[in-house]
Design a protein around this ligand. Structure first.
Ligand code: ZN
Ligand code: ZN
Length: 363
């Protein structure tokens, strides 16, 4: 039974049509969606166990009984198939029913085991690893998505302001992380968009530090990297601050990072290569003598996931387009002294950029 496309609401109708266009161009009969956030973006179904088979005429949603009601509410236009057992059999049965021959999938999302098992069951149809047709579409956000990102940023910023007032010498990193996550939830976050990083003093030189039991002394800098997830969309921010007398070199690196952050944001505009925006910050930091100590990419796209396209680093091949939302987060990390990173969330507009976050860089 073909499902009338008129019954699919926006934004899903437009998204399904875009992915279908790509399938036609690539001579694929179907696309197998395995990633939860791709599935949500494409169909509106948010259940954590599901996959989608998309053809020119059908949207088949495969999930299990726990998500029966959610699937009906969130994606009523899709053909729902409830799996009785885990494994590839239900997927294979649907693929056979659809009589498709060439099925594209993203090789980053399907395990070798799933590929082999499903591949055997669907013969003579074939699974074909393909460039993800959804990634480039997800990179450019719609106004509705940008609104949700703004809300996620607002919740994170308000929570930060509350914690900034509350923090006292003697609190532990873990307590600060818990407090900021609590303040985000009470303001409407589903949760943090990633585990909050709170690092005091020398711990801040580890870019992916796990908050621990160190107690804050006000002669130490505090680095907080946090974000909220609101209505499935993420925010991602970093600030450093101190109240007492920190090491002079720490002040220096914070100043350099702030300059690199400001200069890189100015370079964000449609048509700019993401790699050249990275280069703006990296040149400045290298000139100040800290090139080796800036040991990660300048930033990343985010949206339904806290890390998604485009890449904003030295090796990125992505070009910035209106609607992309990226972080700009240069950092300098010196073992024993600490690390400084300042991270903001920036929208690429038709004419340049808009910094979506509004916390001052000096807090
Ligand atoms: Zn971050
Ligand atoms: Zn980030």
């Amino acid at each position: 039974m073909a499902i009338s496309r008129a019954s699919v609401p926006e934004p899903y109708a437009a998204r399904l049509a875009s992915v279908r266009d790509t399938l036609t161009r690539r001579k694929l009969d179907a696309y197998f969606v395995h990633d939860r956030m791709d599935q949500y973006w494409l169909t509106g179904f948010s259940g954590e166990d599901g996959s989608v088979v998309l053809t020119a005429d059908h949207v088949v949603l495969l999930t299990d009984g726990r998500f029966d009601e959610a699937a009906t509410r969130e994606a009523p236009y899709a053909r729902k198939v409830l799996r009785k057992v885990r494994g590839p059999e239900a997927n294979a049965k649907e693929i056979k029913r659809l009589r498709v021959r060439r099925i594209g999938f993203n090789p980053d999302q399907v395990s070798v085991r799933e590929f082999n098992e499903l591949g055997k069951l669907i013969r003579p149809a074939r699974l074909l690893a393909t460039d993800d047709p959804i990634r480039p579409l997800r990179m450019q956000k719609t106004p509705g998505e940008i609104d949700r990102i703004r809300r996620a940023i607002h919740v994170a910023e308000e929570a930060f302001k509350a914690v900034r007032k509350w923090i006292r010498p003697g609190v532990t990193e873990r307590e600060v992380a818990a407090q900021i996550e609590f303040e985000m939830r009470r303001r409407g976050a589903q949760g943090p968009s990633f585990p909050t990083i709170v690092a005091f003093g020398p711990n801040s030189s580890l870019p992916h530090y796990d908050s621990g039991d160190r107690r804050w002394m006000d002669s130490e800098p505090v680095l907080i990297d946090w974000g909220a997830q609101v209505d499935w969309y993420c925010s991602d921010l970093t600030r450093v601050f101190w109240t007492g007398a920190v090491l002079p070199e720490y002040r220096t690196i914070t100043d350099v990072v702030r300059q690199a952050h400001d200069a890189a944001i100015e370079a964000v505009r449609p048509g700019a290569k993401a790699a050249s925006v990275d280069a703006v910050a990296r040149r400045l930091i290298t000139k100040a003598g800290y090139g080796k100590e800036f040991n990660h990419a300048l930033g990343h796209g985010f949206g339904l996931r806290v890390h998604e396209g485009p890449r904003v680093g030295r090796k990125s091949k992505d070009v910035l387009r209106p609607g992309m939302v990226v972080t700009i987060e240069p950092g300098i990390y010196i073992p024993g002294v600490g690390g400084a990173r300042i991270e903001d969330d920036v929208l690429v507009t038709e004419t340049g950029h808009e910094v979506l976050s509004s916390l001052p860089t000096t807090v």
